[in-house]
Design a protein around this ligand. Structure first.
Ligand code: 6PG
Length: 476
């Protein structure tokens, strides 16, 4: 019997969909699930794709069904289960075989797993997969990290199943060991910021302008035909227009305002901080989810403080145009920060991350897919090593066109008591980044005053301490 080109362990929703996608693109695939009944059911329901799928009930049978060197995708819950699965699988594998973790792993775990296999003859790929259930089934964006040799073994299958943007596959080998999972983490960090910013704009439309869910849906629908065209705006329109079959009310109006999170946003922020990169919009988005989860405290605080009255903007149409431009301006800040974090990580871990390629494979398939990413692709293709996306000619032009709107929207929100942490942090990031003379001179003076930490002088004179005395006078 012809051997399978690839194997997959874990037939949950993502694993099943990915397997069907692999089979549908003409690749024979062996599948295994801890509970054999799940495997049987999956195969029985695979319809016309049954012939492409080899259902296996033991790991021995599963491994034997795959052509060596065997690429095996592990699509199970991130964390310890992956380590356990790898340990179970290892005794069945031979030199050159490749274990592929396709979950949302912390890249530090990926690095560790990669290193642990170093002398075993086996190898490891950390593979970020974005696009949710639909993407897994019909074309995700795939971010691969591992050895170039192992990439070569899986390139054909992964290219066949990936999303395509104007015919170009949204999959790439991004570097050694943790590169793929790191890039996926930052993808998610940007996803958090993008979603938070859209939610903040929704809040202004709902609580400032008093618009209904479906009216806001219409606004997003219009924006989706313009420069904000993206999957997240598209689905925002859809969810805002959906009604609850139980109450008949707009669905969003019956959903508790408490956002979940599984860790990738937080990891993005931690890694940005570790490397000394300002990723304020992503930080604001993670903090926004944390505050959202403290619902009882928010309810109690509203009883104490009440809510300020939001004035309706005088010119509603002009304000709507401002909101659209403000979202674009803030989004540029968030993406610029995400790419800056990846640039720092690339240097720190010697990954040589290809920025234009990352933007290119995010244009379709993934959750943050958009027209905008095509523009980022062009900007990075022209200047792959630019210090920051916002100073590229195309994006600096966009920022100049839209930062005024962001300023007006953030001011309006502040005066109306509407929280816009991600929009305002993006604005402050821009204002701090483009100002040659900041205010850290005072911080340096304070540090020197209380701790003799020293400072540099603008005139270059070789005197690095202030005339502040000992700083201990007040204790005398
Ligand atoms: C994707 C998504 C996907 C998933 C996240 C959501 O790229 O397909 O990012 O990975 O939806 O896990 O993360 P939170 O549960 O943390 O929001």
């Amino acid at each position: 019997m012809e051997q399978a080109e690839i194997g997959l362990i874990g037939l949950g929703v993502m694993g099943s969909n990915l397997s069907l996608n692999i089979a549908e693109k003409g690749n024979k695939i062996a599948v295994f699930n801890r509970t054999a009944e799940v495997t049987r059911k999956f195969h029985a329901e695979a319809g016309a794709l049954q012939n492409q799928i080899v259902p296996c009930e033991t790991l021995g049978e599963f491994v034997a069904a795959i052509r060596p060197p065997r690429p095996i995708i592990i699509m199970i819950k991130a964390g310890d289960p992956v380590d356990q699965q790898m340990e179970h699988l290892k005794p069945y594998l031979s030199t050159g075989d490749i274990m592929i973790d396709a979950g949302n792993a912390n890249f530090r775990d990926t690095m560790r797993r990669f290193d642990n296999l170093k002398d075993s003859g086996l190898t490891f790929i950390g593979m970020g997969v974005s696009g949710g259930e639909e993407g897994a089934r019909h074309g995700p964006s795939i971010m691969v990290g591992g050895t170039e040799e192992s990439w070569k073994r899986v390139e054909k299958v992964l290219t066949s199943i990936s999303a395509k943007f104007n015919g170009e596959p949204c999959v790439a080998w991004l570097g050694e060991n943790g590169a793929g999972h790191f890039v996926k983490t930052i993808h998610n960090g940007i996803e958090y910021a993008d979603m938070q910013m859209i939610a903040e704009i929704y809040g202004i439309l709902r609580d400032g302008l008093g618009m209904s869910a479906s009216e806001i849906g219409n606004v997003f629908g219009r924006w989706n035909t313009g420069r904000l065209n993206s999957y997240l705006i598209e689905i925002s329109e859809k969810v805002l227009k959906a009604n609850d079959p139980i109450s008949g009310k707009p669905m969003v109006d019956v959903i508790v305002d408490r956002a979940g999170q599984k860790g990738t946003g937080k990891w993005s922020v931690i890694e940005a901080q570790n490397m000394g990169v300002a990723a304020t919009a992503i930080e604001a988005a993670v903090a926004g989810r944390i505050l959202s989860s403290q619902r009882e405290e928010r309810v109690a605080a509203e009883r104490i403080f009440g809510l300020p009255k939001a004035e309706r903007p005088k010119d509603g149409m002009a304000f709507l145009a401002d909101l659209e431009n403000a979202l674009l301006a803030a989004k540029i800040g968030a993406y610029a920060q995400g790419f800056a974090v990846m640039a720092a990580a690339s240097a720190e871990y010697n990954w040589n991350l290809p920025m234009p390629t990352i933007a290119r494979i995010w244009r379709a398939g993934c959750i943050i897919r958009s027209q905008f990413l095509d523009e980022i692709t062009s900007a990075f293709t022209k200047d792959p090593h630019v210090a920051n996306l916002i100073v590229t000619p195309a994006f600096s032009k966009m920022v100049k066109e839209t930062d005024g709107a962001l300023r007006r929207v953030v001011s309006y929100a502040a005066l109306s008591g509407l929280p816009v942490p991600a929009l305002s942090s993006a604005l402050s990031y821009f204002d701090a980044y483009r100002r040659s003379r900041g205010t850290a001179n005072l911080i340096q003076a304070q540090r020197d005053f209380f701790g003799a930490h020293g400072f540099d002088r603008l005139d270059g004179v070789d005197k690095h301490h202030g005339p502040w005395g000992s700083g201990l006078e007040e204790f005398a």
